[in-house]
Design a protein around this ligand. Structure first.
Ligand code: DP6
Length: 363
């Protein structure tokens, strides 16, 4: 075996249209319900390099150039993927991991999905494991639930699964990115403070306290079927209505949680009002919003209506920036020496995300 095992991947964020909110197993990260998302293009991506070596004394993680303390529980929890990879590969080498998020810093986005998907792909490949998409998805899921969807491109379903060991809870592609090329996600970044409740603790609290949550689970499979049908037919009218109602449903459940969880703020509500008004004025659905565990709006629309949707969002006071994402193809391996974030011996290179050129460059 070589002394140093290295691989680098980029993975992108995904934005759910039927949400994952609630775990049936917290340790294995198994969801209470199946859910659906689109994988984004590389406007929102994470690049990760992993090097395994028997020369390393301990695991080390460098995020955006900063060394992260792996004694911190929330950081170490997410590095469980490294142990799983070592177990499958049959070695005990420690790892050095470097990761850079290529997200506009002002946006305050959670990057766990792209980050954990990039870690799954790069650690498995560095260790020479030849994993199927299903196995890769299960590995990414252990880092963060929504990450299991980012190992695939296009329109993706994370299957709830029934098995207690999580072996049937993974994501698969329903339609490739090419199926609905006209679909666009305009992200309206709004003014906000740092989020108060992590989705991990929020969903736990929902399960413990919300009665409305049980009702949500009774109808969610029907919502999934309807949404898949709308996407299959590229029926934007039905799609937009379904995703608006589904996002509202999840946020209603969050509000029904005790203590209540409120991710939307006044600016988010302004976006909601404007989108409803825009659709009414046009006499048809030309935009549909969805919100995750934060105040930024994801407004899905189709290419022909992109300009009018952008104009509408720009007029809203409190909307700071618009990011236009198209549907992406999933993770990509990088093999050029200049693209790796670590040298072949695992030395951290001085590289960073340059907001002007929107690329990762060396200092
Ligand atoms: C609201 O995947 O971040 O974005 O599994 O605890 O890491 P953990 O949670 P995470 O939750 C994402 C929740 C959501 C909805 C979604 O993406 O489906």
């Amino acid at each position: 075996m070589k002394n140093y095992l290295r691989a680098t991947f980029e993975a992108t964020a995904n934005i759910a249209v039927v949400k994952y909110w609630g775990k049936r197993d917290e340790k294995l990260i198994l969801p209470t319900n199946s859910n659906l998302s689109f994988t984004m293009d590389d406007k929102l991506k994470t690049r990760t390099t992993v090097v395994f070596s028997e020369d390393f004394k301990e695991d080390e993680l460098y995020l955006n150039g900063q060394k992260i303390d792996l004694n911190d529980q929330s950081a170490s929890e997410r590095m469980i993927q490294l142990d799983l990879v070592r177990k499958s590969a049959g070695f005990n080498h420690k790892a050095r991991v470097a990761s850079i998020n290529c997200f506009p810093t002002a946006a305050g986005f959670a990057s766990s999905a792209s980050g954990m998907a990039a870690l799954a792909c790069s650690s498995a490949t560095a260790a020479n494991l030849k994993l199927s998409n299903k196995e890769l998805s299960i590995l990414a899921r252990r880092g963060s639930g929504s990450a299991c969807r980012s190992v695939l491109g296009g329109f993706v379903q994370w299957h709830r699964g029934k098995n207690e060991d999580g072996s049937d809870s993974y994501a698969s592609e329903i339609f490739p990115a090419s199926h609905w090329k006209e679909l666009v996600n305009v992200i309206a970044v709004v003014d906000s403070e740092k989020k108060k409740t992590s989705s991990r603790s929020g969903m736990k609290q929902t399960i413990l306290t919300s009665k409305l949550f049980e009702k949500r689970l009774q109808t969610i499979n029907e919502t999934i079927e309807d949404t898949i049908r709308a996407v299959e037919k590229r029926d934007f009218e039905s799609f937009a209505k379904l995703i608006i109602k589904e996002s509202n449903n999840m946020h209603a459940v969050m509000l029904d949680t005790y203590p209540p969880i409120m991710y939307l703020n006044d600016n988010s509500r302004k976006v909601i009002d404007k989108i409803i008004e825009l659709n009414e004025n046009k006499g048809k659905m030309i935009a549909g919003y969805t919100f995750d565990a934060g105040p930024n709006a994801h407004v899905y629309t189709i290419e022909n209506n992109l300009e009018v949707v952008k104009e509408t969002l720009k007029e809203i006071p409190g909307v700071k920036e618009l990011i236009v994402c198209r549907i992406g193809n999933g993770p990509k391996q990088l093999t050029n020496e200049s693209e790796h974030l670590l040298t072949v011996e695992g030395k951290v290179k001085d590289m960073f995300f340059d907001e002007k050129t929107k690329s990762i460059i060396s200092r």
